[in-house]
Write a protein that binds this ligand. Sequence first.
Ligand SMILES: [Zn+2]
Length: 310
Amino acid sequence: MRIVLLGAPGSGKGTQAKLLIEKYKIPQISTGDLLRAEVAAGSELGKRAKAAMDAGSLVTDDVVLGMIQNRLAKPDAKSGFILDGFPRNIPQAQALDAMLARLGQPLQLALLVDVDKDVLMKRITGRRTCSKAECGAIYNIYFSPPKVQNKCDKCGASLSHRSDDNEATVGKRLEVYESQTSPLVAYYKAQGKLRTVKGEGPMPVIFKNMCDIIETQIRPLAAVMGRIDAVAAARERAAAKAKAKEAAAARAAAKAAKAKAAAASKPKTKLATPAKKPAKPVKAAKKPAKPAKKAVKAKPKAKPKAKKAK
Ligand SMILES: [Zn+2]
């Protein structure tokens, strides 16, 4: 199954993606992870990416697509993938479609995890993390508050609030997301590949809804693809049979030709044919014989009659 995941920061799509890769045994392809891996490996694409980042510019789409293509060639991506964080705009989506089409592995589903904006805001701005690094417990003052305000339930340490998780910054991030994603939503909708799951409520329920969508959207498609494959295989078998038949016929023809050639090389049969030729002059000789007979017949009849009349 080949899936693109769409969802705002705070939509929980990252958590859902982890559950999906566990259930369906397909890798999650995150362009951020790919970038770091390629740069660390010092590959050709990694060098180009690093040069762009060092120059303070964005890594170009062809570098990102090249990395994705390399990643798709690995054996664990044989039965599919979940793309997260890419594409982010229409040109990237089109380039991705073109690349996947070349690989014969088109996207099957664009799954949007949809969460209302005010809920997203509360999820992000209400986030609190235990300040003790080795604990790292996460809370939300709106949805999963600690028992004692600002104190970790597990270790009693104080909770910290990321400075960029304030309303103004989050609002801007959500706006950027909105302006990037709505054209993509329209793009995949036009392709008939967009499905939306409501990303609110208990996590297991959201996950189940996602799986239901995946199974109704992709399984029948897989079944159809299976039938198409079966038809193609049958056609291939028939073609192979016809080819074998042709080859057998060609062998038989070659054998016959060989036999004929062998027969022709025998001198006795060749002599037999010239003997037939003298028969033709005999037939031709019969034709002149007819007028000769008429002439012979006409003369004796005419002459005696004429003489008798005079
Ligand atoms: Zn703690």
